[in-house]
Design a protein. Structure first.
Length: 93
């Protein structure tokens, strides 16, 4: 971080940080929307059914392990997001 030596530099840095904060908040909002959409029961069901009924690529074995991993990951992601949401809410209040 560079050293601020006068008030105009301070104001510039405040504006830059405010703009960066707005951009990051927008990115988080977009990411949250994507995660929320992918964790909807209908989408999870579609992903599971797709994984169960698609043909494996030549030389690839069909296994239930990826399906189980995706279900486990979805559950853990939901819990992690809920915890992160609580933490961020605490920070903002």
């Amino acid at each position: 971080m560079k050293k601020i030596s006068n008030i105009s530099q301070l104001k510039y840095e405040q504006q830059r940080l405010k703009q960066e904060q707005i951009e990051l908040e927008m990115a988080v909002k977009e990411d949250w929307h994507g995660v929320k959409e992918s964790l909807r029961p209908m989408n999870i069901t579609g992903q599971v059914l797709s994984a169960m009924f698609t043909k494996p690529a030549p030389g690839e074995k069909k296994s239930i392990v990826p399906w189980l991993l995706s279900i486990t990951a979805a559950g853990l992601t939901g819990k992690l997001i809920a915890k992160a949401k609580k933490t961020v809410s605490k920070w903002l209040n």
